[in-house]
Design a protein around this ligand. Sequence first.
Ligand SMILES: C[S@@+](CC[C@H](N)C(=O)[O-])C[C@H]1O[C@@H](n2cnc3c(N)ncnc32)[C@H](O)[C@@H]1O
Length: 267
Amino acid sequence: MNTLLYFSCGPGTWLLEMSTTYPQSQFYGIDIAHAFPKEIKPGNLEFIQSDITNGIKFDDDYFDFVRMSLLATFLQEDKWVRVLRELIRVLKPGGYIEIIEHELQYNIGPCFSTLVTPLLNFIRSTGANIQIVQKIDSLLTTSSSSNHHISPSSQNGVSTLHSTNTLTNTSSHQINQNLSNALSKLTNTHSDTRTVLIGSAHGGQTGKVFEELLKSYFENTVVDLLPWYMEISKEKYLELWKSCHKEFKNRASSTKLHKFWGMKIGQ
Ligand SMILES: C[S@@+](CC[C@H](N)C(=O)[O-])C[C@H]1O[C@@H](n2cnc3c(N)ncnc32)[C@H](O)[C@@H]1O
């Protein structure tokens, strides 16, 4: 029987689908928030409410597959090292890890920019780095192609990508080194970047799903925080968000999704 973990699973949509499709496998979802359904749940699926920064309460080498998606806006950059170490620790040798993150500000219109620009400023001020995806990608490429060492040239590449972050060069260098060490437990690594059109008018079913994800994020997750940060009323903020839906219909707006996957090295 395969055992799978989805970290930061949110409402658990992916897990509900997968656990129904694969009844012989055991699925676990972990999230800091209790957004997942309480009643309707297949017998091979368990949700656990927990904060990643406190570690993952499973034994070493437990899961065949570990997935995490869209956590970058929540996680301070220096916490990524511990998170990656934990995700890889609970993965069996020969098992696969998958990480998905997105760039909000890729090709968006003036209305959505009105919300995204202050949001990204706020995220940066917390010490989170939405561009961590590019850094991990760069480190993964480096660690798999150079026997798990960062070459001086790629270190430079990484600091260039990182230049907008608030961390000092020294701590940034240390984080890169630690991230690289954590990633060195992986082999057979790959990455894939895709443009996703937001909304069904231009992006079909995928665009619809992505717009729903953004809706939940802007209407629930940051609905108290962002108007406060933008110094506008909640009503004005929700009006702006409503106009974004119109913009997604009238203008092809897109974001980029980055996906990485790799296999844990055997003993
Ligand atoms: C943008 S949502 C993504 C949900 C889901 N992964 C998806 O792709 O649809 C980010 C999720 O990360 C969770 N999260 C944020 N900080 C966390 C932490 N420290 N530990 C565990 N989960 C966290 C949030 O509660 C939220 O459900």
